[in-house]
Design a protein around this ligand. Structure first.
Ligand code: SIN
Ligand code: MN
Length: 297
């Protein structure tokens, strides 16, 4: 599931890459059930919207087996290792619910802006890789990107502690408008199981979900092991401190959970140097995902 030369070029130009249907319906069903299980947990890592529904389950890879496996899945880890040029550790892990009717806004921001200011991550040698657990449509609060905004460093931002329950370093409207005039504004949509990798400096946001459809997305924030954080202001379960490189599991590690009787034991790391076998499930071809227009002047 390595990225092609063309995909790497596209990622470099726009700051993100969309691969539809990277996980099978069976694999998605395992993760969707896992998400409902963690949203129902009464734990400090599960943050809620003002209405009480789950907003974000942090660090779910440390307390749910399906998310542990997803956090070491080769379809996610290997492309990111390719893009950052070496081994990666897990800086942050979020399962974002964006629940039907109640899912609130994520304001315009750059993730690296937060990681740099709050956690002292030295360089943007880190990125997010997201997996859709529901179909993401124009209606249920998709991620919105400003393509090409990842090439302009870290923007001025204000620390917003009030708009939602999650503090964010947010960009002002003039900056967002200027960037959208330069590169447009897009919202990649697609079936559950689709994947998006995006640069940690890419400016992004998402609107509230007023629709009756849930929109869960899991985010792995992966950082090159040489670029780890050095400030431990935020809790360990928000900004992790285990800087050891992630060893990917076998490609069927999630499918194994869907079908326990098949039980090949692939939740264990592969023996070093032994072929992990051909993936049983391949991503679909990427369609043209540039769906956005230009902002009003
Ligand atoms: C994020 O920006 O980290 C999350 C946005 C979303 O899930 O809509
Ligand atoms: Mn973000």
């Amino acid at each position: 599931m390595k990225l092609t030369h063309e995909e790497i070029t596209r990622f470099d130009e726009r700051g993100y890459l969309f691969r539809p249907s990277c996980f099978s319906p069976e694999e998605v069903a395992v993760l969707r059930q896992a998400a409902d299980e963690v949203y129902a947990m009464d734990r400090k890592e599960v943050w809620r919207e003002s209405s009480g529904v789950a907003r974000t389950a942090f660090a779910a890879h440390t307390y749910h087996e399906a998310f542990r496996r997803l956090g070491r899945h080769p379809r996610l880890i290997e492309p990111v290792m390719q893009l950052v040029g070496g081994p990666v550790y897990m800086h942050q892990y979020k399962v974002n619910a964006k629940a039907a009717f109640d899912g609130e806004i994520w304001q315009w921001h750059q993730d690296f802006g937060t990681w740099h200011r709050d956690d002292e991550m030295p360089e943007p040698r880190a990125m997010n890789i997201a997996v859709f657990l529901d179909e993401v449509t124009a209606a249920n609060g998709p991620l919105i990107f400003l393509p090409k905004s990842h090439k302009q460093g870290v923007f001025e931002a204000g620390h917003d502690l009030e708009t939602t329950t999650y503090p964010l370093w947010t960009l002002d409207r003039a900056t967002v408008t200027r960037l959208a005039e330069q590169g447009g504004c897009v919202a990649p949509t697609g079936p559950a199981g689709s994947m998006i990798v995006f640069a940690s400096t890419l400016v992004h946001a998402s609107a509230p979900n007023i629709s009756p459809m849930n929109r869960s997305i899991v985010y792995l924030s992966l950082c090159h092991v040489d670029n780890h954080i050095s400030r431990f202001k935020r809790p360990e379960w928000v900004a992790h401190r285990d800087f050891r490189p992630i060893e990917p599991l076998a490609d069927d590690c999630l499918a194994d959970l869907a079908d326990p009787l098949r039980g090949t034991g692939n939740g264990s790391p592969p023996v070093h140097g032994v072929d992990r076998g051909q993936p049983r499930f391949r991503c679909a071809e990427s369609p043209g995902d540039r769906t956005g227009g230009r902002p009003a002047a």
